[in-house]
Design a protein around this ligand. Structure first.
Ligand SMILES: [Mn+2]
Length: 328
């Protein structure tokens, strides 16, 4: 039986990091564009932990924090831009590729040798681009690695920091329901609860909060659900569907997982007009013998075996008996 309380971090990288931090470098933590719960949670969790230890640290993301994560502490500290000259090191969190932060377009120096790159990630695509790397691909979220790093550095983990890390674990595991949920995930979640994280608070903010018009939109979308001859559960969403309710396409997040709950469906598809003249498709499956990634790739998309997507440029939706994509 593996010891779940043991550190998962490579020891030499921990020593390197400790030695490096002794020089009191000024750090900027950055995460990927279009941040999800793990991006925000791992960035703010690390920020909180290092800040409380008295380190000189700031945090940035090129896109603003999504509404559902604004309950986290230090959200107001999240910068949308920064001057690399002000820092000695860049800490990348939850970035499967060094270009995912999109900051390198305006600030190519963040990828140069002038700055030390500290790379904290859990994606298999990560090529260890940092001078110091914590790339651990068998954990469910970057927040789990950040948690271990804070422990290794003997940082105080306050309830606010614990909540940020819990948010990362919670969202990247789909509320402890995805395949990546392991005994270690629960072990860390348990430790974070002991430190003051509130799973109830996280769950209520992240997943179970929908306003009136969003629920109306979902109702409208689910109303047009149909199942094709090959067992695909399909919905189509036109731009006017969400616009007429004062909603955006973002308010459709989660609809696909809802449809995918149907046991009789082989896989599920949500087609939606993006308001910029394109049709986006999200695909999910719960079946072991269905690979939606392969399906998405046929249309120039990609993703994971169980969750994938593609985009049809210049497309719109037309509703006859079934939904179909029309390209002009
Ligand atoms: Mn992640």
């Amino acid at each position: 039986m593996t010891d779940l309380t043991r550190s998962i971090l490579p020891e030499d990288e921990v020593s390197k990091l400790k030695r490096y931090l002794e020089g009191q470098p000024k750090l900027i933590i950055i995460t990927h564009a279009n941040p999800d719960g793990d991006a925000i949670g791992s960035a703010l969790g690390l920020y909180g932990g290092l800040k409380d230890k008295g380190l000189n640290v700031e945090v940035a993301c090129i896109d603003p924090c999504p509404e559902e994560f604004k309950y986290l502490n230090h959200v107001d500290q999240l910068k949308l831009d920064f001057n690399p000259k002000d820092y000695q090191a860049v800490v990348f969190v939850d970035c499967g590729d060094k270009k995912l932060t999109r900051f390198e377009k305006a600030h190519p120096e963040i990828l140069s040798d002038d700055l030390v790159k500290i790379n904290i990630d859990h994606h298999a695509s990560n090529d260890n681009f940092g001078e110091i790397n914590f790339v651990i691909t068998d954990v469910a979220s970057a927040s789990m690695i950040v948690y271990q790093i804070l422990k290794a550095l003997k940082c105080k983990i306050t309830p606010a920091t614990a909540n940020a890390l819990m948010t990362g674990i919670y969202t990247d595991t789909g509320g402890f329901m995805h395949q990546n949920t392991t005994p270690l995930t629960y072990q860390y979640a348990a430790e974070l609860i002991k430190l003051g994280a509130s799973p109830q608070h996280v769950a209520q903010n992240v997943f179970h909060k929908y306003d009136f018009n969003t629920l109306k939109l979902w109702g409208k979308v689910l109303q047009n659900l149909h199942v094709t001859a090959d067992g695909a559960a399909v919905v189509g969403v036109e731009e006017k569907d969400y616009e007429s309710l004062g909603c955006t396409r973002q308010d459709l997040a989660g609809v696909i997982d809802f449809i995918n709950a149907m046991p009789e469906a082989r896989y599920s598809v949500m087609l939606s007009e993006d308001g910029k003249g394109n049709v986006k498709a999200s695909l999910r499956t719960r079946k072991d013998d269905v690979d939606v990634k392969a399906l998405a790739e046929q249309y120039g998309g990609g993703g994971h075996v169980k969750a994938a997507g593609f985009s049809i440029p210049g497309g719109r939706l037309e509703k006859e008996v079934k939904w179909k994509i029309v390209q002009d």
